[in-house]
Structures are given as C-alpha cells and as structure tokens.
Design a protein around this ligand. Structure first.
Ligand code: NAG
Ligand code: NAG
Ligand code: NAG
Ligand code: NAG
Ligand code: NAG
Length: 377
C-alpha cells in the first residue's frame, strides 16, 4: 500500500480518491479524463475572470462636453442629453453631452453616494453614430452585444452612414430644467396596481418588449410612450404606429445587425412600414459593456434589455421611477397574463435576473431611482 500525501488542492484530492477506488487499467483512463475535465473547468474559470478584468479596465467611449460657441471640437463622438441640435461639417446630426442644470438630478448623486460615484460615468456614449462607423475598429475587441468583433464592419459602417439613418438628437429637455422619467417593465406587479395615471404624469415614459398599453391595461400601466426599447424578437411595433415614439434598438447577435437594414427600409425586399426610421436610435455596444461591467459586476453573459433601458433612463433623466421590474412571486409573470412560475429562473447562463433585481434595490437605496413595489393582502 502506498501512502498518499494529503494535498490542500481539493480537485487533486478528488482525482486521487477516485483513482484509488478503481482497478489499475480503468484507473488510468478515469484519472486522465477526470484530470482533464478539472483542468478545463479551472482554465475556463480563469479565462472568465481575465476576460471580466479586461471588460472592466478597457476604457469606455465617452463624449466631449459641448462648450458655448464650439461645435465639433474633436472627432470623438458624443451623445445626447440636452438634445441640442447642431450639424457637423457634413450635415450629419450629432448628439452632444451637456451636464444637467437640474439642482436635484441623478447626475449630482456622485457627490453623496460613494457606491454610485465609483460606477457612474455621466458622459458615456449611449448611441451609435456615423463617427463610430468611421472608427469601427475601436469596437472590434468584443463580440455582440459588447462590440462588433465577428461582424461585417463594412456593412455596419454603411448602415451608420446610410441616408435613412437620420439618428436625430433626442430633444429631451426643451425648456424644462428637470425631467422625470418612468420606465415600465412588464411585471405582473402592475396587474391591478392602478399606477397608469402616475406613470403618464412623468415627463417621459420608457417601455420595452411586449408593452401592451391599450384597453383595460391602460389603468394599470398608462398609455403614453416616448421611448420604446426592443430587439427583433421582442418588437411589438404595431402598438406604436402613428405615435411619436423614439425607438431604442438593442443588438445581441448577428441577425440583429442585419435587421437594422429592414428597420431603416434599406432592404427593399423585406420592406416593413411599421415604424418611422427617422426615430431610430441604436444602443452603443460600449454602453452594454459599461452597464455590464460597472453595474452588474459581470454576472451571467449579458444584461437584459430591461437593465439597459433602466440605466439609459438613469443617464438621460433627472429622476427615474421603475414600474413592473423584478419578478415578485406574489404576482404573475407579466401584467398581461396569469402565468405563475413554480420556480423563478433566478439566473440563466445568458442573463442573471436575480442580480438585476438586486441592482434595482441598490439603486433605490442609493437614491438613483425609485423602485415601485406593492403589497397585496
Ligand atoms: C450650432 O453651432 C453654431 C456654432 O457654434 C451655433 O452658432 C449655433 O447656434 C448652433 N445651433 C444650434 C441649434 O445649437
Ligand atoms: C466630411 O466629408 C469629407 C469628404 O467627403 C470627409 O473627408 C470628412 O471626413 C467628413 N467629415 C465627417 C465628420 O464626416
Ligand atoms: C478610437 O480610438 C482612438 C484611440 O483610442 C481614439 O482616439 C478615437 O477617438 C476612437 N474613436 C471613436 C469613434 O471613439
Ligand atoms: C415628435 O417629437 C419630437 C421631439 O421628440 C418633435 O421634435 C416632433 O415635432 C414631434 N413630432 C410630432 C409629429 O409630434
Ligand atoms: C390580473 O389579476 C386578476 C385579479 O387578481 C386576475 O384575475 C387576472 O387573471 C390577472 N391577469 C390578467 C391578465 O388580468
């Protein structure tokens, strides 16, 4: 009998214990298989951590602040907060970042909350524009939704320069000093909430995915929509035809990139007149990466559209209330159905829903938004 030195390495011990219970020929095979399995798992864990570190460290695209009398000072692109419309040398619309003048704005929260200060980057780029098309190489480090690594760069560049992609700056503020926003998810918590009036009273209303607002739903979820966020499979564009809705498009996979051509009515073969292409904004891949790395701590593979639209509102508005977010077992899955889950899918490999719910709680606690909650008897 050989004596075995007890190591502190748990996987190694596992291999030794399993091996010692097998006969010699089988032993070799099983030991090799087990050892290589463990090596793969450990390497992957290490790779994910290294990848996450990289996600956190690589600089996010930011925009310059617009100064009085200064149009485009640099070629670095910018994004809209004030909605000041101006033209670059080639008559293309560009969004500018300008700090909010509202005395009680989310943008001044970093003064009071260290947690928020460590994460919030007010001038991070929110939307793709022509200038991103020109330096698309900058977005080739990551795969979708964080970048365009494996995508056709020439195709994307042509889309962003296409005449149908107007990319009009958001005209959010008009003459208002402070703007309040409601972000409406589809959580069952809204069924019977009578929150519709309260939601519609905000300056801007953001909705996403299956945003049903007609008929008996209006009393609970409101009927106004200013921003609608979607990806191809979640689009319910017919609900908004004829309304002045700005469309916020998210891209998770190659098909979603190709689909832009259809949204912009460039692809004449599959023409769809369900929306006004003038009102289309495309979420910047760097914004995905920023939300993922800074606010979701790199959990799961990618943020949901819900996480993106809430964080977008946090960057555009002075105050935000989120309705119908965070699954609550007291209520059905969605406000428009009566489906109850036996077990919540706390986290899947692609999204981490529980982690996002924790984020809403934390943002509420830090004063960055109000997380609408309700108790039923
Ligand atoms: C655009 O920029 C020019 C030059 O700085 C400025 O005179 C003009 O007022 C700006 N237009 C708008 C709509 O902001
Ligand atoms: C404007 O057009 C010129 C020539 O077509 C080009 O060289 C320049 O890069 C363009 N500038 C911008 C900001 O698109
Ligand atoms: C691309 O990266 C270079 C180098 O970091 C930077 O100077 C340039 O402004 C970036 N372009 C865009 C559109 O962000
Ligand atoms: C739609 O809203 C934009 C600002 O968001 C405004 O400039 C435009 O005039 C509106 N159009 C209609 C038809 O109401
Ligand atoms: C909403 O709540 C009511 C009362 O609890 C319930 O009867 C109904 O099935 C729920 N769902 C929908 C879609 O109305």
């Amino acid at each position: 009998m050989r004596t075995m030195k007890v190591t502190r390495c748990l996987p190694c011990r596992l291999v030794v214990v399993v091996a010692s219970h097998l006969r010699s020929r089988k032993r070799t095979v099983v030991t090799v298989l087990l050892a290589s399995f463990i090596v793969v798992v450990l390497t992957q864990k290490y790779w994910v951590q290294a990848h996450l570190q990289y996600l956190l460290e690589y600089d996010f695209a930011v925009s310059p602040t617009r100064r009085a009398g200064n149009t485009v000072r640099t070629k670095v692109p910018s994004y809209a907060v004030t909605g000041e419309t101006n033209l670059t040398e080639n008559n293309s619309m560009v969004d500018f970042y300008e700090p909010s003048k509202c005395p009680r704005s989310i943008a001044s929260l970093p003064k009071y909350s260290q947690w928020f200060r460590e994460r919030f980057k007010p001038n991070v780029k929110l939307f793709l524009d022509k200038l991103d098309g020109d330096s698309i190489g900058n977005l080739s480090f990551y795969e979708l939704p964080f970048g365009f690594k494996d995508e056709n760069h020439r195709f994307i560049n042509r889309l962003l320069h296409h005449g149908n992609f107007k990319n009009l700056p958001l005209n959010l503020r008009r003459d208002k000093e402070c703007i309040s926003c409601a972000v409406v998810g589809s959580g069952g918590i809204l069924n019977g909430s009578y929150a519709g009036k309260e939601i519609d009273a905000h300056d801007l209303v953001f909705r996403l995915n299956t945003a049903i607002t007609y008929g008996r739903y209006a009393k609970d979820v409101g009927s106004r929509t200013d921003f609608y966020m979607f990806f191809p499979e979640s689009a319910h564009l017919n609900s908004f035809s004829g309304q002045n809705v700005t469309l916020l498009y998210t891209m998770y996979k190659s098909f979603d990139v190709e689909y832009v051509a259809e949204l912009l009515n460039i692809n004449r073969l599959r023409i769809s007149r369900r929306m006004d292409p003038d009102r289309l904004k495309i979420i910047h891949p760097d914004f995905f990466r920023y939300v993922f790395a800074k606010f979701l701590d790199g959990r799961a593979m990618k943020p949901t559209t819900g996480a993106i639209v809430v964080m977008l509102a946090v960057h555009l508005c002075d105050s935000v209330t989120i309705y119908g977010f965070g699954y609550d077992p007291q209520f059905s899955m969605h406000y428009y159905d009566a489906e109850f889950l036996k077990r919540t899918y706390r986290s899947t490999w692609t999204h981490d829903v529980e982690n996002e719910k924790r984020l809403w709680g934390k943002l509420h606690q830090e004063g960055a938004l109000r997380f609408f909650k309700r108790d039923v008897m």
